[in-house]
Design a protein around this ligand. Structure first.
Ligand code: ATP
Length: 234
């Protein structure tokens, strides 16, 4: 479904992503892991069109999307949940969710909401509440709900566990597990390597702007050298 080929992302001439390549099949969950500044967020931003790719190609369902604008890429079915919880605080939970529909829109608003509430019943209870008054975990659910209401072919999540209490992280990953079981293709950036390896079938370990290892979670667990060098000890 997605093939990232030798992409490079530069900020003011300095390469943050230096020839990264990986593939993601439909229905697969892949995690991008690695230390701070390795280029994980920049890779997601390149795929969703928020960062310009200076060389390389990003093939999505057979076409190169690397020159397209972010809104065009979103319309093709790539949803990007960026780091931090970007909700519209004064708006209700339901209105925040409905913003995601503008990206695609196969479902009517009520069908879309029904689908989200089916997976996230807690949000239904809070539908009329101002999103800004929710807890951090609930806000994370809203941004994920807003991404899936557009029924993306590829869901990309940047550090969904960031800043959440461990128990809430479990709830977020329970939700992601439900999506994975439903066949959702997921590209996850996660600082917590243990969590990422548990969740994803395959992992790509980034060092400074470069791929250090691509393999199944089991393969990665057996590479203590890579774990020590790039993921800290756990
Ligand atoms: P983190 O977990 O800290 O977000 P990351 O692996 O996601 O790390 P990126 O955020 O992609 O890494 O950053 C890669 C490199 O690019 C870093 O050196 C960072 O300082 C730099 N960088 C990121 N965004 C910009 C920007 N807008 N302008 C200049 N440099 C940037």
């Amino acid at each position: 479904m997605l093939s990232v080929r030798q992409i490079e992302v530069r900020y003011e001439g300095i390469a943050a992503v230096r020839g990264i390549s990986f593939d993601l099949a439909a229905g697969e969950c892949l995690a991008l892991i690695g230390p701070n500044g390795a280029g994980k967020s920049s890779t997601l931003r390149a795929i969703s069109g928020l960062a310009r790719v200076s060389s390389g190609a990003i093939m999505f369902s057979g076409s190169d999307i690397s020159g397209l604008r972010a809104h065009q890429i979103a319309r093709l079915g790539i949803a990007h949940v960026p780091e931090g919880r970007h909700i519209f605080g004064p708006m209700t939970v339901e209105d925040n969710l409905l913003l995601g529909r503008q990206r695609m829109g196969d479902l009517s608003p009520s069908q879309g909401l029904e689908m989200v509430y089916d997976i996230l019943p807690k949000l239904q209870e809070r539908r009329g509440q101002q999103a800004g008054s929710l807890s951090g975990g609930e806000q994370q659910m809203v941004v994920i709900g807003r991404a899936i209401i557009g029924q993306p072919k590829l869901l990309m999540l940047d550090e969904p566990s960031m800043g959440l209490a461990p128990q809430i992280v479990d709830t977020v990953f329970e939700l992601l597990g439900k999506l994975r079981s439903a066949g959702q293709t997921i590209l996850l950036v996660e600082q917590n390597a243990e969590l990422a390896m548990d969740f994803a079938q395959r992992c790509v370990v980034l060092g400074v702007g470069e791929v250090q290892l691509t393999g199944t979670s089991a393969e990665l667990r057996s590479r203590q050298d890579i774990i020590d060098a790039y993921l800290g000890t756990f």
